[in-house]
Ligand binder design. Structure first.
Ligand code: CP
Length: 298
């Protein structure tokens, strides 16, 4: 695998993450017009549905001056039985310089060892979502101007959440206190659940997760309104939050299920700011993929 790939958040040291966050911050001010000098040709392969990750990668690529091919994966030769490796090697042979890949197959990159160009993981099944993790770190850092000591509670379908898995690793690396909550059916090994109401009273960040029905998640014992009451961010819980606490959600949001529709853009919500930060982080990750050193800190 090319050394500039980013397939797991575990590929990055704490310093690497700090450099990416700093580059992302600089892309929002002094380096907003910076472009890759490489005439880069990037192929985006999304084998699973995506709005935020797909189109913020594309926005980042275009802003950096890259040429972009959105591969129509459902019309590619994968449908004729071609392996992911052969598809990616074909794109490399055709002159593409980097690949952004989302797949439902966990650890799909293990099949791509013979590839020479960098791969950026845009999410693999319930395993990892490294750029979502970086944008979550950036959102928290922008809010609190620090990461160490920040108290986070992540509530919902943790069992199927690649975001929870990447975030837990990186948040704990930065000395954040991370708790998990939700229905017992959605507990994941190594992520013991606590009482949501107790945890959110003390939390700086409350992150809500969607029930991932596409991965088989289901609760037969409650409807949407009951879920919102028992485990969602509703008006009662919003009123319990600390004054400076924020709400996050990787989205897409199921309004009226894990969050009251009126709270999606409430004062404490940072959901759409997360999406903007995603574009900034992806610019930084693409810059790194092409071997460019971090910007000098200002
Ligand atoms: N957060 C996230 O990955 O959203 P998409 O599935 O829309 O990319």
């Amino acid at each position: 695998m090319n050394k500039n790939s980013l397939v797991s958040i575990r590929d990055l040291s704490k310093d690497d993450m700090i450099h990416i966050l700093n580059d992302a911050l600089m892309f929002s001010n002094s380096q907003s017009d910076w472009q890759l000098p490489d005439k880069a040709l990037i192929a985006n392969l999304f084998f699973e549905a995506s709005t935020r990750t797909h189109y913020s990668f594309e926005s980042a690529e275009l802003q950096l001056g890259c040429k972009v091919a959105d591969i129509a994966t459902n019309a590619s030769s994968v449908t004729k039985g071609e392996t992911l490796y052969d598809t990616c090697k074909t794109l490399e042979s055709a002159g593409y310089n980097a690949l952004v890949i989302r797949s439902s197959k966990e650890f799909y990159w293990n099949e791509l060892e013979g590839l020479n160009i960098p791969v950026l993981n845009a999410g693999d099944g319930a395993n990892e979502h490294p750029t979502q993790c970086l944008l979550d770190l950036l959102t928290i850092y922008k809010e609190f101007h620090k990461l160490e000591g920040i108290k986070v509670v992540i509530c919902g379908d943790v069992a199927h959440s690649r975001v929870a898995q990447s975030d837990k690793y990186a948040f704990e690396l930065f000395g954040m206190d991370v708790k998990f909550a939700g229905p017992k059916e959605f507990e994941r090994d190594g992520y013991p659940f606590v009482d949501f109401d107790e945890a959110l009273k003390d939390a700086d960040v409350v992150m809500m997760l969607r029930i991932q029905k596409e991965r088989g998640a289901a609760l037969s014992n409650m409807n949407d309104a009951e879920y919102l009451e028992k485990y969602g961010m509703n008006q009662r819980r919003y009123a319990m939050l600390k004054d400076n606490a924020i709400i996050m959600h990787p989205a897409p949001v199921n309004r009226g299920v894990e969050i009251d529709t009126d709270l999606v853009e409430a004062e404490k919500s940072r959901i759409f700011q997360q999406m903007h930060n995603g574009m900034l982080v992806r610019k930084a990750v693409i810059k790194r993929a092409f071997g460019h050193a971090p910007f000098e800190e200002e």
